[in-house]
Design a protein around this ligand. Structure first.
Ligand code: AMP
Length: 218
């Protein structure tokens, strides 16, 4: 059974990739991280919850199944129970954060075209207050239909029995103008959007592409 849960800490923006996460097999980094105690927040019989190494918000975690499933396209109806379990892990996580930050908004779901192997559900707070977020696609992968809510994946699987991803359609979303998730204002460049988040919505991290690039490859 799951061990006792502690309230999740916010993302540590200073975290450095360990050597085991670098090199040629970076797309398997989540699988490696599942057995790295510095990267694991919690685990249970079916899942491991990882601290995202390049957090794009104050709280950014990944729920990864222990079962070897690569992506949503590999799912079939017999995996609905597993997906519901992953969904519940995320909901419980958010409840624990809400004990200390009740007003913080969260979403949890899957990227249509993930960059990393092994199915993973993102739990991400909606502040997007992070120096790791410094590119247009960093915004659009979480703020367009590219981000597919957990419940939609479960419902689609229940209705259709499988999930087909039209890669081109989803990838075309990455070039869209960025829309503020709080007020809907649109931006062509990430610097403008980041300034807006600082000035209008109280974010603390300003645009710092060079600093962010030094720290992160994602
Ligand atoms: P995606 O495949 O686009 O759904 O997202 C992969 C996520 O994994 C991103 O949020 C990255 O910041 C994160 N990430 C990449 N490498 C690692 C790693 N070795 N350990 C933990 N998180 C990682």
């Amino acid at each position: 059974m799951a061990r006792a849960h502690r309230i999740p800490p916010p993302s540590d923006f200073g975290i450095q990739p360990s050597r085991s996460h670098q090199g040629d097999n970076w797309q398997d980094g989540l699988i490696t991280a599942m057995s790295d105690t510095t990267q694991v927040y919690q685990s249970d019989e079916l899942t491991v919850t990882l601290i995202d190494m390049f957090p794009k918000a104050r709280y950014h975690y990944l729920v990864v199944p222990k079962e070897d499933i690569n992506s949503v396209e590999e799912l079939s109806r017999d995996k609905i129970a597993l997906l519901e379990h992953i969904h519940q892990v995320a909901a419980d996580f958010i409840s624990r954060v809400h004990q200390k930050e009740p007003a913080l908004k969260f979403r949890f779901g899957y990227h249509a075209v993930p960059s990393m192997r092994r199915l993973h559900l993102h739990i991400i707070s909606q502040d997007f207050d992070s120096p790791r977020l410094y590119k247009q696609h960093h915004w659009n992968i979480f703020n367009t239909e590219y981000f597919i809510e957990s419940q939609i994946v479960i419902d689609t699987l229940r209705d259709a029995g499988s999930i087909e991803i039209e890669k081109d359609k989803y990838e075309s979303l990455l070039g869209l103008r960025m829309k503020c998730n709080r007020c809907g204002k649109k931006y062509n460049d990430i610097r403008g959007l980041k300034d807006h988040l600082v000035q209008e919505h109280g974010n603390s991290w300003n645009y710092s592409a060079s600093a962010a690039r030094r720290q992160s490859r994602c």
